[in-house]
Design a protein around this ligand. Sequence first.
Ligand SMILES: [Zn+2]
Length: 267
Amino acid sequence: MSFVVVLAIAAGVLGLAVGSFLNVVIHRVPRGESVVSPPSHCPRCHSRIRSRHNVPVFGWLVLRGRCFDCELPISARYPLVEAATGALFVAVTLCFGVTATLPAYLYLATVVVTVAMIDVDLRRVPSAVVRPSLIVAAVLLATPAVVDGDWWRIARGLVGGAALVAVVFGIGAVTQRLDASAGALVAMLGLYLGWLSWTALLLGVLATAALSGADAAAGASSEADPGGPVAVAVACRTRVPLAACLCAATIVVVLSTASASGLPALR
Ligand SMILES: [Zn+2]
C-alpha cells in the first residue's frame, strides 16, 4: 500500500473520531453544558451508549438508526457529521501533506464543521467556540511561518483577517445582525485564506461579499428582529445560515487553491 493511501486512511479514521466528538460539542456547547460529562446517553431512556455502538458511522448503521434500549430513532445527522469530518480530514491531509501546516488546516476543518452545524441549528455563531479558536488558529499558523522564516505569510494572514472583517461589517452595518462572535469567525477565516495565498484571499473576499450581500438584501426585506426564542424559531425557517455558508466557502477556496500556494507537495 502506498504512503498516500495509508495517510488518507489514517486521516479518515482521525476525522471520524473527531466528528464523533464534534456531535457532542454541537449539541452541548450552545446549551452551556459540559462536553465531557455525562457520557453519551439516549435522550429518552437515558441509557448510556455502549462503547461498541459509539463507533463513528458504523455504530449508527449497526443500530439501524435506533436506540438499542428503547428504539427511539437516532438522527442521521450524527453519522453524517462524522462522515463529513472524516472526508474533510482526508481532503485537507492530501492537500497539505505531512507538513508543519497540516495541524493548522485540520483545526480549520474542525472549527468550520462545528460552527456551521450550530449556525444551521440556531442561526448563531457560538462565542465559546470562535473566540478561543481565533487564538489557537493564530498560534497554529504562526508556528510553520516562524519555522520556515516565512514572515510574509503572517503579514498576509493579518491583511486577510482585517479584509474579511471589513467586508462583512461594511455590508452587515445595513442589517445590524452581526456581533463580536461573527467578527472573530470571519477574522479567523481571513487569517487562514491570507496565510495561504493572495489568490485564496481574493476568492474568499469575493465569496464573502456575495454571501453577506445576499444575506443583507434578504434581511432588509424582513421585519425587525424582536429577539428571544421565537425570533430564533422564525429565523431558522426564513434566514439563510450565513456563518455556515461562509465556512463552506472558505473550505472550498482553501482546498481548491492549496496545491498552487507554494507549499511543499505531498507526492
Ligand atoms: Zn433510548
